[in-house]
Design a protein around this ligand. Structure first.
Ligand code: ZN
Length: 140
């Protein structure tokens, strides 16, 4: 006598947990400002405003908040480029301050604006890949 009903795993759980990309893939897609889950649609609706949901896969992108991490990592990287450059130029040529100003101020601004968006995308991708809970998921 055999039992025809066999135990089956529960596959009705969270769809997002089953389709979560690897950390490296989510980082790459986030750096490219694409949806970290599917990689098909744009992650941002503006320069830094994250889309509410991905139009391709439906992932609720707007629920994940990176908060201060993108500016923190941007400042960390830009400072490690600009400050040594300033010190090396000062030691090598000792130019007047206006030369420093016309070199380092635009470079700092340009690097910051160029890096902030991909860094925010990468952080959001990492948060999605690692399953960091959305703000609404946290208990009150
Ligand atoms: Zn998507």
């Amino acid at each position: 006598m055999t039992n025809s009903t066999r135990w089956q795993p529960d596959r009705s759980g969270d769809r997002q947990a089953r389709t979560r990309p690897s950390l490296a893939l989510a980082l790459r897609r986030g750096l490219a400002a694409r949806c970290p889950v599917c990689g098909q649609a744009a992650l941002f609706a503006g320069y830094l405003r994250v889309r509410t949901a991905c139009p391709n896969c439906g992932e609720l992108l707007g629920r994940i908040h990176a908060d201060d991490a993108p500016p923190y990592f941007t400042i960390l990287i830009v400072a490690h480029i600009v400050v040594p450059g300033m010190l090396l130029l000062e030691r090598a040529a000792t130019p007047p301050l206006w030369v420093h100003a016309i070199i380092w101020l635009p470079l700092t601004l340009g690097l910051t604006l160029a890096l902030l968006r991909p860094i925010k995308g990468a952080i959001l991708g990492a948060m999605l890949a690692l399953g960091v809970p959305a703000v609404e998921d946290e208990p009150a």
